[in-house]
Ligand binder design. Structure first.
Ligand code: ATP
Ligand code: MG
Length: 431
């Protein structure tokens, strides 16, 4: 194991500045939690959280710009100014850092939130309330790494383990059981046995957790480098408590795709909607939609994912006109993603026949030709507009729309027909 004393973490300038300001004022302050875990694993931290012995009022008096984010729980956001132009002092941005007073969580009554929190003078107490040992380390340049619960050795062994008694920790807050699997997937770790046993025992308590929180963790899980670990939700009895119909999905799909393509970290498929489309592949589109809605996903993600689910196993003919018809409900970009997803599935043993790799390769090349030649695809790309037809003497109404659709269909078959001269002479001045 690495010698803890010799560990150095390169803190960002702002974080060093914030910690320095606390120390100058006579307080302790450390970067803590996920940012320390990620730095030790050479991963880029999402954000840098700071924990301090200073009370919220004291935090606010040390820094000029602050926001009371969760002042009752001791969290204040400190805003640090960054100039964006050497010449114009008015051009700057404020970068936010969450600073939280060392705290001890009181009793948990609803399986999710502590009844009350109290502040503590002790960093160790603050680390003890954190969920997993790998998330319970703190660091500053003065004291070095503070690792009271052997997070470093668990990290080196690739283990997710609760701080303290897992049964107790999961009965305090059921979201932690889902976080365990999320970290497993993000870090490629395994869940320690006693922790895994306690997860099974508390799985039903997921019903106490809001769907928004469940979705946030589930999204991070399936967008990680190891989405195949979603199968853990079934192994650890959580699947039936995620949302209605979730347990009937097939968790194996990620493993199958990953095997066929050499691992998910290799695939440019990080977008949430694509990962949800994979998870929901083979479902009725209406079922897919209701699952995504229940999980409170945003409308854009739902629309894109449902389109992919709906079209994934419906063959596309290797024919330019057919491809353009199939493109109608979506953008070129999303259609390209559909082809990519079909290619991915066609590469697996299980779905070879459903998609047909050869066919989809030829669809891809025709699609790319359409894009390269900038061929008109959508009605709005038709050179003739409704106003042109009215100017040419047509009465506004149904017929204008019908004629535009007729012209559009012609242009889909023959892109070279997309000229005013041609379309007018064929459809307007030709009887
Ligand atoms: P991410 O990379 O997603 O930001 P993170 O570990 O930083 O991961 P956050 O949700 O940002 O996770 O929380 C920051 C820290 O707060 C965690 O590392 C952990 O120490 C603590 N924490 C967060 N949620 C919980 C929880 N439900 N129970 C106990 N401790 C928690
Ligand atoms: Mg974080």
């Amino acid at each position: 194991m690495k010698d803890k004393g010799s560990i150095r973490i390169e803190l960002p300038e702002d974080v060093r500045y914030i910690i320095g300001a606390f120390e100058e004022a006579g307080f302790e302050a450390f970067a803590v939690g996920g940012c320390i875990r990620d730095s030790l694993l050479s991963r880029k931290p999402e954000d840098w959280d700071i924990t301090t012995s200073a009370r919220p009022e004291e935090i606010k008096s040390i820094f000029g710009r602050t926001v009371d984010t969760g002042i009752k729980h001791g969290t204040v956001t400190v805003l640090i100014k960054h100039s964006l132009s050497e010449f114009n002092p008015d051009k700057y941005e404020l970068r936010p850092y969450e600073v939280t007073t060392y705290r001890v969580d009181g009793e948990y009554k609803d399986g999710r939130h502590p009844e009350k929190v109290s502040f503590s003078p002790s960093l160790k107490e603050d680390l003890r309330r954190r969920d997993f040992t790998v998330n319970a380390m703190a660091y500053n340049d003065t004291k070095g790494l503070v690792d009271e619960f052997d997070g470093l050795s668990d990290m080196e062994a690739g283990i997710i383990r609760c701080v303290g008694d897992p049964d107790e920790r999961f009965s305090e807050d059921a979201l932690r059981i889902l976080r365990a699997v999320r970290f497993e997937a993000q870090l490629g770790f395994g869940i320690e046995e006693q922790t895994a046993g306690a997860i099974r025992g508390h799985a039903a308590n997921l019903s106490l957790v809001s769907k928004e929180r469940i979705q946030a963790e589930l999204s991070k899980l399936i967008c990680s480098s190891h989405p195949e670990r979603v199968a853990e939700l079934w192994r650890l009895c959580m699947a039936e408590h995620i949302c209605g119909g979730f347990s009937e999905l097939s968790p194996e799909i990620f493993a199958e795709l990953s095997e066929a393509s050499g691992g998910f970290s290799e695939l440019p498929l990080r977008d949430k909607y694509k990962r949800y489309a994979i998870l929901l592949s083979g479902q009725e589109p209406s079922r897919a939609q209701s699952i995504l809605r229940e999980l409170r996903l945003d409308n854009d993600t739902i629309a894109k994912a449902v389109f992919l689910v709906k079209e994934l196993f419906v063959p596309i003919k290797s024919d330019s006109y057919d491809i353009k018809l199939r493109m109608q409900p979506v953008t070129r970009e999303l259609f390209s993603e559909l082809i990519g997803l079909k290619e991915l599935f066609a590469g697996t043993k299980q779905y070879k026949e459903l998609c047909g790799l050869e066919d989809i390769k030829s669809v891809r090349s025709i699609f790319e030709r359409i894009v390269r030649r900038d061929e008109p695809v959508y009605l709005k790309e038709l050179i003739v507009k409704g106003s042109d037809l009215i100017k040419a003497g047509m009465e506004p109404g149904e017929e204008v729309g019908s004629l535009l659709r007729l012209m559009h269909d012609d242009v889909l078959r023959h892109p070279e027909h997309n000229s005013i001269l041609f379309l007018f002479s064929r459809y307007l001045y030709n009887g």
